[in-house]
Structure formats: C-alpha cells, structure tokens
Design a protein around this ligand. Structure first.
Ligand SMILES: *Cc1c(COP(=O)(O)O)cnc(C)c1O
Length: 400
C-alpha cells in the first residue's frame, strides 16, 4: 500500500537510516563520555567510537582517518575550507575561483571574502550546467590560492568534471576544494584518484543525522594547512575546537559505511526510479530536463513544465508529495533559482521548475503515483493559464 505523503526531497535532507539510529542510541545514554576526557573509561569509550567513525568516513572517500575533521555539517566545512585557506595562504595571494551554481554556503563565503579584500572569480556554466575547462584554466592567476567547485549540484544533480579540474589545479599549483555534500555516498568519490585537496561532506544528505559533517584536509602531496575558524580547546588537530557530538559522529560513520557497501546496487535502483519518473513526466508536451542528463546524480531530476508555475503545482500536490522548486536554503524567497538562471533559463521557465530528489526509501509505486498526480496538476494549471494559451497560439503546440 502507498503511504502518503511521499518524500521526494532527498536533496534537502534524507531520513536517518534505522540502522544508523540503532548505532547512535547507546551514545546518548550509557556511553555518554566526552571524547576528549583522557582520564577515564567514559572518555576512552567516546574517543574509540569517534575514531571508528573517522575511519568509516575516510574509507568512503579514499582518505586517511587523520585527514578527516568533524564539523557541524557541510556549511561549516565549506566555511572552514575557504576562509581557512584564504587566511593561511595570504602570503601567496588572495584570489579564489568558484562557480555561479555553487551552494550558498560556498557563494556567500566567497562574497564575505570579497568584502575582506579578496578577489573572487565566479565562473559561468554551460546550458548543461557544466564548467568549461578552458575558461577555468584561463581564470587562474599567480595570486590564485583556491579553486572551489562542487562535485554534484543540489538543484540539478549535475556532476562536474572533477578529475579534469584537479588536473588543471595541480598543473598550476593551486589547491582544489570540492563541496561533495550531494555526491558523497551516492556516487564514487575518491580524494586520491580525483585529486582533491579539501572536501566537504554532510551526514544528513547520506541517511545520517543532521548537524554533523566533515572536512577532508589532505596531509600529503601537498600538505594542506588551514587557519582555524573556531578557537578553543584545540580539538580536531586544532582545526575545529568544540566538544565532539559523539552520537552524531557515530551515526555519520555508520551512514558512510552503509553507503560504501550499498552504493553500487542503490545507484542502479534509484536511477531506475528517477528514469521512470522522468519518462512518465516527459510524456507531457513542453517539459524539459534541466542540466546534463549524462553527468548527474542517480536520484536527481529537475524539470521545467512550461505554463505550469511551480508555486501552483506544489500547492496542488504538497499534501501528498513533498518536493521543492529549488534548494531548501533559498526556497523561502520568490526569486527564481539562481542555478537555473545560470543555465540560461528565462524567468518563466525557471519559475516553472521542480526538483525531484529520490532516495533509498522511495519505491516504484510512489513514482507511479507522483507521475499521475503531476500530470493532472500540470494539465489543470495549463488549462487556467493565459500564458500557456498565448504560447500555444504562437508556437502551434497541439493540445493533447
Ligand atoms: C546541503 C548542502 C550543503 C549544506 O550542508 P549542511 O550540512 O546542511 O550545512 C552544502 N552544500 C551542498 C551542495 C548541499 O547540498
């Protein structure tokens, strides 16, 4: 039986896997020690749990445990990476290269750096949402200290050419930071073969708890140094002070392990669901996939429905289907998505777009139900839309 409402907003956050919750539970009660307490068994138990989680997180991305710095999430990891490099490498220069479609946690951090006197280049993307490698290489200056490009986009799921970018960064001796909040746990991410120097992750995007994440900081070839953004007790090798959230970190570790073991089969299943949803909705006329269909996450599809404003569509179906018109972080505003605008969509189409984030717990029944609900919704909105009428008249689109 179908259980409503259906959750199709897994790019905003994922539910905790029950196996993750189970692993966390003892660390709230009997195993409550402070991982930094060195003088008794309560502390040792906490520390041991944290170190095991560190290994699990590291293993998912091909890192060494010592290269993992636990944070409160990807937003903090993004801030620590960008501000930490900007401050530490000030003697080399103060130029950062990033991309117009990055997450707000990266863009707003870069804006902040701009106000501090740093220089930031925001690269455009193609219609497909991809960075152009020649444009990127041409943007590098002697004063460039960091290239920040996300692994996969949260709104359109597009995966950037990470290995090619890291090749360019290496060639010019520039550090390469990757926000992998959406990619880690969904597709193979490997800091060695991908040539990544710093990488941000978030537990709640990969079926772990909210409020915990990590920054990978390369220790060799090259050794990356950072200025801490949180001063205090010197936890996390001085890079992030503050008592560790042991239960959350344990859950994060467990979630990473499950992703590592199940990623291959899960990606096939979830992309199958995504393709089924996409095919079902593309049966409607004037529906468009936003971003590259070839280079994208298994569970993500972003669609524009001409003549059917997303606001209206969401209001019609959101009792039964949870989805979003953009990122959770910016959906409070009525501005059209800056990501879709960067792809070159006009305002009308950008306002008529929905992001579907499918995940581990979605089923084929849910997809089929969503297809029928959305088809009805789109047709109903179009029937009331003067814009759709005009569009049809001008372009000779046939009514079905
Ligand atoms: C969700 C997300 C973030 C923010 O992560 P939090 O852990 O919620 O702070 C950053 N970048 C991307 C790409 C995201 O999808």
């Amino acid at each position: 039986m179908l259980k409503l409402p259906i959750y199709f907003d897994n790019n905003a956050t994922t539910p905790c896997d029950p196996r993750v919750v189970e692993a966390m539970l003892p660390y709230f009660t009997e195993k409550f020690g402070n991982a930094a307490s060195r003088t008794h068994a309560f502390g040792w138990e906490g520390e041991e749990a944290v170190e095991q989680a560190r290994e699990q997180v590291a293993r998912l991305i091909g890192a060494e445990p010592k290269e993992i710095v636990f944070t409160s999430g990807a937003t903090e990891a993004d801030n620590l990476a960008i501000k930490g490099v900007f401050e530490m490498y000030a003697a080399k220069g103060s130029h950062i290269i990033t991309v117009a479609t990055e997450h707000k946690a990266v863009l707003d951090t870069c804006h902040h750096i701009g106000k501090l006197g740093g220089e930031v280049t925001y690269l455009p993307v193609s219609r497909e949402g991809l960075v152009d490698l020649r444009t990127l290489e041409a943007a590098i200056r002697p004063s460039t200290v960091l290239i920040a490009v996300m692994y996969a986009n949260n709104e359109i799921g597009v995966i950037q050419p990470i290995r090619e970018i890291s090749g360019i960064a290496r060639k010019h001796g520039v550090l390469f930071f990757v926000d992998a909040a959406q990619a880690a746990g969904k597709v193979p991410v490997h800091v060695q073969s991908d040539g990544i120097d710093l990488l941000a992750m978030s537990a709640h995007k990969l079926y772990g708890p909210k409020g915990v994440g990590a920054l990978y900081v390369r220790r060799r070839d090259p050794r990356v140094r950072l200025t801490a953004q949180m001063d205090g007790g010197g936890h996390e090798r001085g890079m992030r002070s503050g008592t560790l959230n042991v239960p959350a970190i344990v859950g994060f570790g467990k979630a990473c392990e499950l992703c590592r073991l199940e990623m291959a089969t899960e990606a096939v299943r979830v992309s199958g669901l995504r393709d089924r949803l996409e095919a079902g909705l593309l049966q409607l006329e004037q529906v468009f996939v936003n971003g590259s269909r070839q280079h994208r996450l298994p569970g993500t599809v972003n669609l524009s429905f001409r003549g059917a404003p997303a606001e209206g569509l969401i209001t019609m179906i959101n009792k039964n289907i949870a989805l979003s018109s953009g990122s959770a972080c910016t959906s409070a505003s009525l501005e059209p998505s800056y990501v879709l605008k960067a792809l070159g969509l006009d305002d009308d189409l950008a306002h008529s777009s929905l992001r579907f984030g499918l995940g581990r717990f979605n089923t084929e029944n849910e997809v089929d139900y969503a297809i029928s609900q959305l088809r009805m919704g789109v047709e109903r909105l179009r029937a009331q839309s003067p814009m759709w009428e005009t569009y049809k008249e001008q372009n000779g689109v046939k009514n079905r």
